[in-house]
Design a protein around this ligand. Structure first.
Ligand SMILES: O=C(O)CCC(=O)C(=O)O
Length: 483
């Protein structure tokens, strides 16, 4: 039984036809996919990584990055919910690719099948590994990326027991390069943390198949545990009774096109030609609540799984959180520390903005509005977190305002955030100088943040300071009413 394609077309637009706010309104906030052109014109990757006849420049990779250790998926072998992966050097991967393509060509001339499975290099932290070689610049519309900004300064998860320096690269960021020959593919999945992603084709062509979040339950088995692996397999109706009802959106992505993959959409991807792509996963104020919902669901599953050892376990909750981090990539502690720091970033920049603008119109600036909306969504999540009783209100993380404001990494995070928001909203006159006088703004807030309740209060404190200024649009006040 084949899959049903329907439900319309994914729009393809030249970036020049779209403003930042239109992108936010039509795609990011509505969580809809879109393909954008015109965003990769000056990328170094598009010159260095592609030969004159439009093929991946494998020689270039071997010469310049050959020693890198990379993760390679064998597209012919399934291992649990993913493809089997091995680690090899980039030059070994290239050698294998070239040998395979020679074999493919000779088999094509004799009409024989090549039964060697296709290898696919995935999740290469290229930008982190080669910061000096600036292969590309993240397009402005994808810059409101809290996940990667954060990981430039903090770790998302550091388990003291399993932490190894060598392992540093694996969760250092979510900016990747993918490379694979024609026929390589990625099984059905939704992205890590239910993040957004964007994927740019530097070379080659990909076929994407998308399933909207409203249909996602249909690719799961009766227990809502196992998910279909390959939608082109003969999917068992007994195991996956809902699958026949699924309706897929299909899209072919050409060279130099970037696809925006919204939060929580399941997708399967096939390389129709030899392909190199760059992709980032990210989240921000618009999809952060999805991240929390997923984390809570995974936590409940992790807990249920070990429920029968609760009575013999000294630290049952600790074990749940360790399992959650191992399965999902972060636990409640990680998410809460992330959220607390970002609440402070947003508040600090709002204070800064008010100081920087001598006149009274600062609060109607798009940056101020954006920051206020961020705080609204952080507070909504904190309110949801408050209702998780199991942890007695504590997530194990303590944020002392004074210490945090003195932390050079935190100040760098604020500066990066400031710069990004200045660029996004074209506030060029903005200085982004976060002054040391910062602490004065918090003089009358002499408290630490250690629970979702504290976070709610802290944002209320900020709302109290700013609500007068936001009287026209009443963003912060309307949040209080919602709450
Ligand atoms: O390009 C691929 O093979 C998979 C990429 C993907 O799933 C993503 O960017 O979310």
């Amino acid at each position: 039984m084949g899959i049903r394609i329907g439900g319309g077309q994914i729009e393809k637009l030249n970036w020049k036809e779209l403003s930042y706010s239109e992108f936010v309104e039509k795609y990011m906030a509505k969580n809809q996919p879109v393909v954008l052109t015109g965003l990769m014109d000056d990328w170094r990757a598009c010159k260095d990584w592609v030969t004159e006849n439009g093929q991946p420049n494998l020689q270039f990779f071997s010469t310049h990055f050959g020693k890198s250790k990379v993760q390679v998926a064998d597209c012919g072998i399934r291992e649990f919910t993913d493809q089997k992966r091995v680690e090899m050097s980039l030059s070994e991967f290239v050698k294998n690719w070239l040998e395979n393509s020679i074999m493919e060509n000779s088999n094509a001339s004799t009409n024989e099948a090549n039964d060697k499975s296709v290898l696919y290099l995935k999740d290469w932290h290229f930008a982190k590994e080669y910061p000096e070689y600036v292969a590309y610049r993240t397009p402005l519309i994808f810059c409101d990326d809290w996940l990667n900004m954060y990981l430039d300064h903090y770790r998302l998860h550091k388990d003291p027991e399993s932490y190894q320096k060598d392992n540093d690269m694996c969760c250092s960021d979510y900016r990747f390069v993918y490379m694979g020959a024609k026929g390589s593919w990625t099984p059905l999945h939704a992205d890590v943390f239910r993040s957004y992603s964007w994927s740019a084709n530097v070379c080659g062509k990909k076929k994407w198949l998308f399933l909207s979040p409203s249909q996602c339950h249909l690719v799961f088995d009766r227990n809502l545990k196992g998910c279909v692996y390959n939608i082109f397999d003969d999917v068992s109706e007994t195991d996956f009774p809902g699958f026949k009802k699924t309706l897929w959106l299909e899209c072919t992505q050409e060279q130099n096109e970037i696809i925006f993959v919204p939060s929580g959409w399941y997708h399967q991807v096939h390389n129709l030609e030899d392909t190199i792509s760059i992709n980032h996963n990210w989240f921000n104020g618009y999809n952060l609540s999805w991240v929390w919902d997923l984390l809570l669901r995974d936590y409940n599953e992790a807990k249920e799984y070990i429920e029968d050892i609760r009575d013999i376990c000294d630290d049952f909750e600790g074990l749940c959180q360790r399992n959650l981090a191992a399965n999902t990539g972060m636990n409640f502690y990680d998410f809460f520390s992330f959220l607390s720091r970002f609440s402070l970033v947003n508040v600090v920049i709002l204070f800064h903005l008010r100081r920087d603008y001598e006149n009274q119109i600062w609060s109607s600036s798009p940056v101020a509005r954006h920051l206020a909306l961020n705080l609204v969504s952080i507070q909504k999540i904190a309110l949801k977190m408050k209702s998780v009783n199991d942890l007695a209100g504590s997530f194990g993380f303590f944020m002392y305002l004074k210490e945090t404001l003195d932390d050079p990494e935190f100040l760098k995070l604020c500066m990066g955030f400031c710069r990004t928001y200045g660029m996004i909203h074209e506030e060029e006159k903005w200085t982004c100088e976060i002054k040391k006088a910062l602490m004065l703004d918090f003089e009358d807030y002499d408290s630490l943040i250690s629970s979702p309740e504290d976070l709610v209060k802290f944002i209320d404190f900020a709302a109290g300071k700013f609500s007068g200024n936001f009287s026209e649009e009443n963003i912060l006040l309307s949040r209080l009413e919602d709450g």
